[in-house]
Design a protein around this ligand. Sequence first.
Ligand code: PGA
Length: 258
Amino acid sequence: MPRRPLIAGNWKMNGLGPGGAGLDGLALAEALVALVERGPAPACDLVIAPPATLIMRVAARLSETAIAVCGQDCHAEASGAHTGEVSAEMLKEAGCRYVIVGHSERRADHGESDAAVRAKAAAAHRAGLVAIVCVGESEAERLAGQAEEVVGRQLVGSLPEGAAAASTVVAYEPVWAIGSGRVPSAGDIAAMHGFIRRHLAGRAAGADAMRILYGGSVKAQNARTILATADVDGALVGGASLKAGEFWAIAQSCPRGI
Ligand code: PGA
C-alpha cells in the first residue's frame, strides 16, 4: 500500500524571536515558505511544530502554503482547571492540523505513561487533529535485547481505540539517537519498522496503512539512506529542522514516485 512520506520538524523549545537569545522562529517559517515557493515540490507532506507561543503567528503565515502546523503536546481534556496546559481543541483553533504526543522528552521530563499518551492521542482525534504518537527504547533496553518488547508495549499502551491511518502517525524514535548524532543501522531501523508495521497490521482494519516515521539525529547527510529504508514513511526531525535549508534538503530526500 503506497504511503505518502511525511517530514515533520519539531522545534522543541526554540524560536525566541529577533529580540531573544535564540533562533527567530518567524524568520525560520518565512525561510521555509520561500523554499517551498521556489520548489521543486517535495514528494512528502511537510509539517512543523513550533513552540506554543508561536503557533498562531506561524499558522497564519503558513495558511496558504503546503506546510501544516503541529503542536508539540496537548492535554487530554478539552478545557478546565489545568494551569499551564494547552488542549487539543485549543491547538486546532490556533491553526494546527497535527500534534505530537508521547515524545520521549515528555515521557522522561513529565513522567508521561503510555495511558497518559493514549488519552492525549484520543483527545487529538476528538479535536480533529492527526496524532503523531512517539515510541522508542532507551539505550539500556536496546543493549538488553528488549527494544521490540518495549516498543510493542508502548504501542499497545499508547495507541487509542480506532487509531487509523488518517488520524494517526507513529514515530519510532530510539531515545539514545535523539540529539546524539547516533543513528541505528539501516538494518536495525528496517527491523524495528517492520516490527511496528506487523503490529499495526494486527490491529483494527486500515491501521496497516498508518505512516511510521523514524526520528533521532536525522540530518541532510543521512536522510536519503534512512528514507529509502523499508517501512520508513518519513522522519521526525529535531535539531536539523531549525535550519530551513537543511530541513528542506531532508524533505527533498524523500524517494519520488510514492
Ligand atoms: P533530533 O530530535 O533530530 O534532534 O535528534 C528528534 C526528536 O526529538 O524528535
